[in-house]
Write a protein that binds this ligand. Structure first.
Ligand SMILES: [Zn+2]
Length: 320
């Protein structure tokens, strides 16, 4: 009797565990399905519980690091990016992920063959927890790194962390380190990263410009700092968003050094993991799938048209 009861409980536990395993909303890291789930969240303002659990699940979010270019490695998680730009004189890192994923970021840097202690600059795109939430761990662990944000970006990150104190999802932000402004740049090992202030997604959002290499070819690349309209407060912010997107689009269309590569902050936003599969199958002589000026222009146009729709809504609210 007792034994069969134990077996019954054990079988129940196994069944529950298998149901939990099946409850993951995505199989792997598919951009279209993840993008659709976020669209739904954006429209309804309510996050599906399965999506919320998945975002915080270190196992579900784990992605092996991969080389996007000779000198650009994805070291992030399924839903949010971190990019390592190595040089012989120390490395740049863009964005910090958030807990519980930042330890994985450091493991990914090591797996890619680099020493995290060689990271000299950590560039943070903006003050939301998914990009800045790992800064505290990185500051404790990376002894040689400085952290870069815009003045408004620092203020937003610190205010955002303070607002969450004591609540579920609380996170810690580091004090201001390097306070950067538009056009500031940092060079290591002959490689330069330039910060652009691109207010819109938040008012303190920064985008970063740098070169990446594919064999003998160098390409101008950008990490656009903020993509969504999730934190819009008013029409003025949407106007700034549109100005920033138009500015990035002009850089993409530059006659002299067009930006042709977008190393995104959220993989699902640009189909990054699918491009990674194409890259893995690439044969010698094939074009690099991430060199895609037309694709970047299309992404920026889509951001702009979404923002223009939102502007009408915000202007109507402002009139009330
Ligand atoms: Zn954000």
């Amino acid at each position: 009797m007792r034994n069969s009861f134990v077996r019954f409980v054990f079988a129940g536990a196994l069944l529950a565990a298998s149901l939990v395993a099946q409850a993951q909303p995505f199989d792997g890291c598919p951009s279209p399905a993840i993008g659709a789930a976020f669209d739904d969240f954006g429209k309804t303002g309510r996050m599906q519980p399965a999506l919320g659990r998945w975002l915080g699940d270190a196992d579900a979010q784990r992605i092996a690091p991969w080389k996007a270019f000779d000198d650009a490695y994805f070291v992030g998680a399924c839903w949010v990016s971190a990019w390592l730009l190595p040089t012989p004189q120390g490395h740049f890192l863009i964005d910090t992920l958030h807990e519980p994923h930042t330890a994985e970021l450091l493991a990914n840097v090591r797996k890619a063959g680099f020493d995290p202690q060689d990271i000299r600059y950590v560039f943070i795109t903006h003050g939301h927890f998914d990009h800045a939430g790992g800064a505290a761990r990185l500051k404790r662990e990376l002894k040689n790194a400085r952290f870069v944000m815009t003045e408004t970006g620092w203020a937003e990150a610190i205010a955002s962390a303070n607002a969450m104190a004591g609540k579920p999802g609380a996170w810690e932000m580091i004090p201001r380190d390097i306070v950067a402004k538009d056009g500031d740049s940092w060079t290591l090992g002959g490689r330069t990263v330039t910060l652009l202030e691109t207010p819109g997604h938040t008012l303190g959002t920064a985008s970063y410009l740098y070169d990446v290499h594919d064999g003998a070819r160098a390409y101008r690349a950008v990490t656009v700092g903020g993509l969504g309209l999730s934190a819009i407060q008013n029409a003025r912010q949407v106007e700034l968003y549109i100005d920033s997107v138009e500015r990035l689009d002009r850089l993409a269309a530059s006659a002299t050094r067009p930006v042709e590569v977008h190393l995104t902050t959220h993989p699902f936003a640009t189909g990054l993991m699918e491009q990674r599969s194409v890259l893995a199958q690439r044969k010698s002589g094939d074009a690099h799938p991430l060199v895609d000026a037309a694709g970047l222009h299309k992404q920026l146009e889509a951001l702009e048209s979404g923002a223009k729709e939102r502007l009408v809504i915000e202007q109507a609210k402002d009139k009330k």
